[in-house]
Design a protein around this ligand. Sequence first.
Ligand SMILES: [Zn+2]
Length: 114
Amino acid sequence: MLTLPKRKLRCSFCKKSETQVARLIGGAAGGYICEDCVSVCNKILDAAPSPFKSWDDLTEEQLLSSIKASEASITALHSLIHTQIEALRKREVSWTAIGKALGVSRQAAWERFS
Ligand SMILES: [Zn+2]
């Protein structure tokens, strides 16, 4: 008899599985975030004083310390959208529908994510 492997929960941001992270927090929309990614988010928030006025109000040191965290979040979000689009494509959702949801043409969505 064929048994399917148990599906592991993954961080929606960095895609690490539940066995690779200390803790995984679930969100209301079905996504998850791991402790490491929460830490990245906290660094981003700490780098910019609140209330945030402008990047011009930050010191060079604050700006320099914030760019690595920003880049990490871009990488994580890039990974997230690819995971979401993979899930849609597995359900055979069309590139036209994906493009429409993103506000771009079918061709633009396909070129960017296929
Ligand atoms: Zn993560």
